[in-house]
Design a protein around this ligand. Structure first.
Ligand code: RB5
Length: 150
């Protein structure tokens, strides 16, 4: 298990605390920045981590900003990425089971550090259910490829 981490300045501290948690659990990660609280543009950092996940260099991405929203929009522009903003345990579990999400996005101003760690744990340990959800996730890929699925 290897995770791609990224955040903008608005979630620098959350990313650092997630890193500590992963280290305690012995989970491998790479930190794609940012590396301080200096103001940066979130799409650049979300892109780096999301692209690394899409290129199959990592199992999952954990990408954060102040709200989780901007980074999720950026990550979802990368082909092959299904990024979900998670704010509670149920969302972290369901987006793996039903959407086969490969990136979890969280907001530093939305979730506590403790909850963020819990959501990461749930996200990376929950499997995709497949079955009917396989077809639906395939339709997401069709949309991404510009197909008319109506
Ligand atoms: C940065 O000020 C803030 O806009 C960013 O962290 C994020 O929440 C955007 O969606």
């Amino acid at each position: 298990m290897k995770l791609a981490l990224a955040a903008d300045h608005g979630a620098f501290e959350l990313k650092e605390s997630i890193k500590k948690h992963l280290e305690e659990k012995g989970i491998e990660y790479e930190d794609f920045g940012c590396y301080s609280k200096e103001s940066v543009d979130y799409p650049k950092f979300a892109y780096k981590a999301a692209k690394a996940v899409a290129d199959k260099k990592f199992d999952f991405g954990v990408i954060c900003c102040t709200t989780g929203l901007g980074v999720s929009m950026a990550a979802n522009k990368v082909k092959g990425i299904r990024a979900a903003v998670c704010t509670n345990e149920m969302l972290a579990e369901m987006t793996r089971r039903h959407n086969n999400a490969n990136v979890i996005c969280m907001g530093q101003n939305v979730v506590s550090a403790e909850l963020a760690n819990k959501l990461v744990d749930i996200f990376i340990s929950t499997g995709f259910e497949g079955g009917r959800h396989e077809r639906r996730v395939a339709l997401l890929t069709d949309i991404e490829e510009g197909k008319d699925i109506s």
